[in-house]
Design a protein around this ligand. Structure first.
Ligand SMILES: [Zn+2]
Length: 341
């Protein structure tokens, strides 16, 4: 989940010179896009079609091109068959979760169904948690960026393995978290609010090869999951972050930059404009402590709040996030792929 801040096709700039389109014009474009992609897109929701148009500044041909490439990729890679954790199927989590209904509060932990790849990668991540919702109903993802083992992610995890992991996290976000967010809000929600906490960050995390790998994966993933960012707050940003930011900033388009706020130590009031205190962890200036859960609101193995995951012979050495038997079972068992009754 660390890659979402590098969003969108860089070349598709928001066309701000043109006047805002009316809702009627937008509706016409949405229906036209549905007709253009034909049979493969027949089950797409208005929200999904809108995401592709918005990401391309409402340029019809570019939106069609990106959507067709995405549908083709989903067919080629069998993405619809990818398993996602729900309360009912009890699959092990790839991201910690707090305050939802469709998936019980839980932490990442050792589990024989995870692949060896997932265990290795999760032990290098600083700690991620889908933690409740913001005032507008977007799910909040908190990422303990300062605890990422960036060097190991760069050297000991392949680009292919990171892509599998990121896609699995995006499918979980869309099929479980966004589904609940939309039901809760009574309107379609397809964007998340992200908080990157830089506490503990240092130049030791700064590796150009790691950053470039991150960019490759980000470009790949964002081609297929457009318009998923609501706001991004970087908090406790030290000078080491500003070094990295100088490199990353030119990769982003203006529309994305508009959604990003980089804040130092005085960020609490800004976060509380968008997030109620009961939904914001106390270490970020809110009231929530999640004292019912080991590790509290956003546990981190690298901070020592929850145990490192332990590999056994049962964790298979394959790039997918779960063992092959789980990946295969999901092809026929719908309960492994979606929230169901
Ligand atoms: Zn909490």
């Amino acid at each position: 989940m660390v890659f979402e801040f590098v969003t969108h096709h860089g070349e598709h700039h928001h066309d701000s010179q043109h006047r805002e389109k009316t809702q009627e014009e937008k509706n016409q474009q949405i229906e036209r896009l549905r007709e253009q992609v034909g049979e493969p897109g027949k089950d797409l929701t208005i929200t999904q079609l809108t995401q592709f148009l918005e990401a391309n500044g409402w340029h019809q041909d570019q939106a069609k091109e990106q959507l067709e490439a995405t549908l083709q990729w989903r067919r080629d890679k069998n993405i619809d068959m990818c398993p996602v954790a729900t309360t009912k199927n009890g699959l092990p989590l790839l991201v910690c979760v707090r305050g939802l209904k469709y998936i019980e509060d839980g932490n990442i932990h050792s589990d024989p169904r995870l692949s060896e790849t997932s265990i290795r990668l999760l032990n290098y991540l600083g700690g991620d948690c889908f933690h409740k919702f913001d005032k507008e109903g977007h799910p909040i993802l908190v990422d303990r960026m300062g605890y990422h083992q960036a060097k190991e992610i760069g050297s000991d995890v392949s680009g292919e393995e990171v892509k599998h992991f990121q896609v699995a996290c995006n499918e979980f976000l869309n099929r479980v978290i966004m589904l609940e967010a939309s039901e809760r809000a009574g309107r379609p929600i397809h964007k998340e609010t992200i908080i990157f906490d830089c506490t503990h960050m240092g130049l030791w995390q700064f590796h150009m090869s790691g950053l470039l790998k991150l960019k490759q994966v980000a470009d790949y993933v964002q081609s297929y999951y457009p318009e998923t960012l609501n706001r991004l707050f970087v908090v406790n940003a030290p000078s080491a972050f500003l070094v990295m930011w100088k490199i990353v900033k030119p990769w982003l388009n203006l529309k994305t930059l508009d959604k990003i706020q980089i804040l130092g130590k005085d960020y609490q009031a800004e976060l509380l404009k968008y997030i109620d205190p009961e939904s914001l962890p106390s270490f970020l200036g809110g009231d929530c402590t999640c004292s019912h859960m080991p590790g509290g609101c956003v546990p981190s193995v690298n901070e020592g709040r929850i145990p490192f995951l332990v590999k056994t012979d049962e964790n298979e050495k394959i790039p997918s996030v779960y063992n092959k038997s789980i990946m295969d079972a999901a092809k026929t068992d719908i309960n492994l792929r979606q929230v169901s009754e």
